[in-house]
Design a protein around this ligand. Structure first.
Ligand code: FE2
Ligand code: FE2
Length: 197
């Protein structure tokens, strides 16, 4: 999975995975909440757009899949006797959500919500790949490799959903803008070894 395939403009700072490997318990806790949020943002899209059957039909099984990921992370925590603990502030996602244009046009808001989900999937996929290649524990390597493949599929699904409802040139232009913004966010946030993002 290369950056070009994912579309991302800025690769993760190579130091991130080394510090993450040293704090894998914290990474797993943060990761558990990422999966929970992935499931709940799909539920939220289903609740907001019930008149769009493709959204409802495509995202319903993804809710189950993301919840399965959450359960899988819980299992990894349990194996290591690490309690889940409380959710930490997610600055990366918080800043991305500020980019949603939700004051005016209904279609704009839908487009932004779908593309931001795609961005989060793409960045998670990139980081899972780094974890799968760098962690020493073979079971975690396999775990992150499988998740990387799954999130890459979700990334494509969100882009396809956007193209289903919004004209392609609008999707493409907004995607370019958001890729730029995402790279800016990544640049300003210091790489944190206790977080997925
Ligand atoms: Fe997931
Ligand atoms: Fe996902």
């Amino acid at each position: 999975m290369s950056l070009t395939t994912l579309g991302l403009e800025l690769p993760t700072d190579p130091r991130w995975v080394n510090i993450a490997a040293m704090q894998i318990g914290d990474v797993l806790i943060d990761h558990a909440y990422c999966e929970q949020k992935a499931a709940s943002s799909c539920i939220s899209l289903i609740v907001h757009y019930p008149e769009k059957p493709k959204i409802v039909e495509t995202l319903t099984p993804i809710v189950a899949e993301e919840w399965g990921h959450f359960q899988a992370v819980l299992k990894e925590l349990r194996k290591r006797n690490i309690p889940l603990g409380r959710q930490r502030k997610d600055e990366y996602v918080g800043q991305l959500l500020k980019l949603v244009r939700n004051k005016g046009d209904y279609e704009e808001a839908l487009l932004d919500r779908l593309l931001i989900c795609a961005l989060i999937e793409a960045r998670s996929c990139e980081r899972f790949k780094l974890l799968s290649e760098s962690l020493e524990d073979p079971s975690l390597q396999k775990f992150y490799r499988e998740l990387m493949i799954s999130e890459a599929g979700h990334y494509r699904t969100f882009i396809e959903l956007a193209e289903e409802y919004i004209p392609q040139d609008l999707v493409r232009n907004r995607w370019k803008e958001l890729l730029y913004e995402e790279a800016e966010i990544i640049k300003t946030l210091k790489p944190r070894g206790d977080r997925i993002h």
